[in-house]
Design a protein. Sequence first.
Length: 330
Amino acid sequence: MKCFLGIVVALAAVAYAREIPAYEDEYLESMTAYGYLTRFGIPEAERIRKLEEEMLKSPDRIAGGTASALGEIPYQAGLLSEITGLSGNGICGGSLLNNLRVLTAAHCWWDGQNQAWRFTVVLGSITLFSGGTRVQSTSVVVHPNWNPRTIANDVAIINLPAPVTLSATISPIALPTTNENFAGETAVASGFGMRGEESITTAQFKSHVSLSIITNLVCRLSFPFNVQNSNICTSGAGGMSTCRGDSGGPLAVTRNNQRILVGVTSFGSAAGCTRGFPLPCTSTLSVSFGGSLLYSLLDSPPPHYPFYQRTPTPLRLSSLYQISYYYPRD
């Protein structure tokens, strides 16, 4: 699965403690999560919808890519977002943590400009717009320090209304239990996004790719202001990477024949997903919601509405944040 994403993937561990200066909107849109849902999420979802329709009509017309067999990535979730004030769906990926919760990127829910209000979570399917188990989210908890400008803490938890039935094609992925350095290891990234920047005729099945994890020091050579200690990066050598539509999806390593989620696809180079740039993800080891939120959320029931959601004051991404209640729409 080749990649791009002016904002796509990564499991990041935060690098520079300093903040990025107040750049103009052109920079924000090319190197941050700002406006992801309208720039990539909605157009990519519409492209995938049309390709899936073509596959149903003439499957032999679609070529290329590395498709995942049904059940090969059983923890992969596809996400279709409904966005306040906009028509059409946005697209992202996610990881099933247990039968009630899915982990994704915060910019899939709020990108600094657009606010989603509900996800349709697709499990146990190699297509996004048909098949599998489809569940609408009841609430979403975004990291309290999520910052679309610096792309720091790019993680969110999706709560499901009822436990999903686990099977060979729907199965959660484990989280790491030790503070390990995964540099030098091979990880698997997966998603429903593009397999190349020009892959208009590529079969739109769920796909995956093996990537080498690199140190954040090397990763910062390409992203000096964005890679933080809470990121984990993979090499983009050979033009292999995640691409548009893969945001929020899993980066996993294998331990004792068990897949372990080490990162969440976060962002990439605006130059394109096949240009050899590293892929930063948000590290599941380094990012916590006050203590060890990932684990605490897994051990507690889903929060009731209203839940806290960080939203920006109007107009500019560099403006101050305020805490406000976010209620779901009926």
